[in-house]
Design a protein around this ligand. Structure first.
Ligand code: ADP
Ligand code: MG
Length: 561
């Protein structure tokens, strides 16, 4: 055996099936909390552990609990309580993963939002490990469907968060219902006095493990901030997203409403984005996280609570649209990147009133954050141009047969008696219908709030302003006069490969409408919504029905009409 193994998991007196699973996960050595907690838990001690997210707490309790299971006994032996359904789900998956080489282990998630019938069935079939949220667990206990008489271990994961979410009474009630002789494990990122009190009351002579906050800010996460006045944050965000090389990004905003609005804007700008907040039901949230994991989404705009514990290794960037007011939340947020030893980047948008907070964060994480400057319009244009050229080069380098297009080009040239350069330029202008490639003027420093059409327009009135439109805004200002907007449904969407600019281009060209009159566009999978000025002439409407975007007819319909 190699020396590495000696300092690794093998030293922890774990059984072979568990070591095999851990090795398969690519873990080389136990994290500090694992190194301290695993031996204590294997000895049967109670444990009080304080460590931030991302320190490997799940394996710290999951491995010993698995080792202690009597797999022949088909009744609940271990109960894990977690604050949210997401976290309970993650723990459940982790326990299954670590226990995959043990025979006959049954792990059952129990939380609200999932079907009672399956839960009852799972309990009847004899799950040994039950993982759930306090409310639903208590529910089952009170109905007599969850038998805790054989319980050997109770794990309270993220206890401070359970406190914060108002579950502490439920947790205590559950503790009271467990057998006297059970082992109790309590993990918490912080140690408020209510948690301390629970620990004092229910843990017997616990081993205390505290991982210094210093290691909380995962190494390998670079941190930078942009100094941006509040009203310009939206625009700063779109620029940053355009220049950052990211795999997946999570954006944090303070309110649920802000997450929804930001997500809408990003979607309208053509990004695969979604909100993740407490207004979404359990299923939808799970689906969102799953899509992020699998690459169906690149950007998730979340609140702290909804993103807590989120473990998606694709997340290369965390962007704090607003800084959180408490320091622990900041640490949790940036801990969503740099997972599983990868590098991560944390970016913050900081306005003048946040400056003191920024310093406090620096002191807390014991790291300085570097100030970055926003890319200018010229730099953005340069980047777009480079990307565009690369695309063209890609086609030229491929073995695609361009014969048809060469002939077409020659024929156009002949018709107009023009050099290829001129025809080529016209074609490029057509492709760049919304003039994204051309450098755009810088917006004024003090952007008036909410007045989208006072932002600078792209040269020909088309442009990226679509990104700026407020989702619920139904009015556009026409040289000072307000114009009422009407919402239309069009039968093209993301599934057709459509982007907002295509829709703008088609409607602007076909309806002879200046693109600044085209309001908010919201893309869905198989259709989209677009706001257009009231009073559209009938002929234009009839014509628009037949207009095709990306090969599909718009089939435009007035909403509610
Ligand atoms: P916590 O519960 O403390 O937030 P997790 O248990 O969710 O942390 O683990 C965080 C991440 O670290 C997970 O992706 C997990 O797979 C990984 N991890 C856990 N233990 C180790 C280890 N010993 N070596 C490498 N990665 C690990
Ligand atoms: Mg955890």
């Amino acid at each position: 055996m190699s020396v590495e193994c000696e300092t690794g998991f093998a030293q922890l007196a774990l059984t072979q099936p568990l070591l095999r699973a851990v090795e398969e996960q690519g873990y080389q050595s136990p994290s500090p909390i694992q190194a301290q907690a695993i031996p204590a838990l294997l000895e049967g001690r109670d444990l009080l552990g304080q460590a931030q997210t991302g320190t490997g707490k799940t394996a710290a309790f999951a491995l010993p609990l698995l080792q202690g299971l009597e797999t022949g006994v088909r009744r609940p032996q271990v109960l894990v309580l977690a604050p949210t359904r997401e976290l309970a789900g993650q723990v459940c998956d982790a326990v299954k993963t670590y226990g995959k080489y043990l025979q006959g282990v049954r792990v059952l998630p129990i939380y609200g939002g999932a079907g009672y019938r399956e839960q009852l069935q799972g309990l009847k079939q004899g799950a040994q490990v039950v993982v759930g949220t306090p409310g639903r667990i208590l529910d089952h206990i009170q109905r007599g469907t969850l038998d805790l008489s054989g319980l050997k271990m109770l794990v309270l994961d993220e206890a401070d968060e359970m406190l914060r979410m108002g579950f502490i009474d439920d947790v205590e009630t559950i503790l009271e219902k467990t057998p006297e002789q059970r082992q109790v494990v309590l993990f918490s990122a912080t140690m408020p006095k209510e948690i301390r009190r629970v620990a004092d009351n229910y843990l017997k002579d616990p081993v205390t493990v505290k991982i210094a906050a210093k290691t909380a800010t995962a190494e390998g996460i670079s941190q930078e901030y942009y100094f941006v006045p509040g009203p310009r944050k939206q625009e700063a965000l779109t620029r940053i997203i355009e220049v950052e090389d990211f795999d997946a990004m999570i954006i944090f905003a303070r309110t649920k409403q802000a997450t929804a609005e930001l997500a809408d804007r990003l979607i309208a700008a053509g990004h695969a984005a979604s909100a993740l907040n407490g207004d979404m039901n359990q299923q939808l949230r799970e689906r969102t996280v799953d899509r992020l994991k699998k690459g169906g989404l690149d950007i998730v705009v979340a609140t702290d609570v909804a993103a807590r514990g989120l473990d998606v290794s694709r997340i290369s960037h965390v962007l704090n649209f607003d800084l959180p007011t408490d320091l622990e939340s900041y640490v949790h947020r940036i801990g969503r990147t740099g997972r599983a030893g990868r590098e991560g980047k944390a970016i913050a948008l900081v306005s003048s009133k946040d400056k003191r907070l920024l310093r406090a964060i620096e002191r807390h994480t014991r790291k300085t954050m570097t100030e970055a400057t926003l890319p200018t319009q010229a730099q953005l244009a340069e980047r777009r141009e480079a990307a565009f050229k690369e695309k063209v080069a890609g086609v030229l380098a491929s073995d695609e047969d361009l014969g048809f297009y060469t002939r077409l080009l020659t024929s156009i040239q002949r018709d107009h008696q023009l050099p290829a350069k001129d025809v080529g330029a016209a074609l490029l202008a057509m492709i760049d219908a919304d003039r994204q490639l051309q450098p755009q003027p810088e917006p004024p420093v003090k952007a008036p709030r909410g007045e989208r059409n006072e932002r600078p327009q792209a040269r020909n009135g088309r442009g990226t302003e679509r990104r700026e439109s407020a989702p619920r805004e139904r009015r556009v200002r026409d040289k000072g006069k307000d114009v009422d907007m009407v919402r239309y449904r069009i039968a093209v969407g993301r599934d057709h490969g459509v982007q907002p600019k295509h829709i703008v281009g088609a409607i602007a060209n076909e309806a002879g409408m200046e693109s600044r009159y085209i309001g908010h566009i919201k893309l869905h999978d198989d259709h989209s919504m677009v706001d257009l000025p009231d009073g559209m002439p009938k002929e234009i409407f009839q014509h628009l029905k037949r207009v095709r975007v990306c090969g599909h007819p718009l089939s435009i319909q007035k909403m509610g009409g």
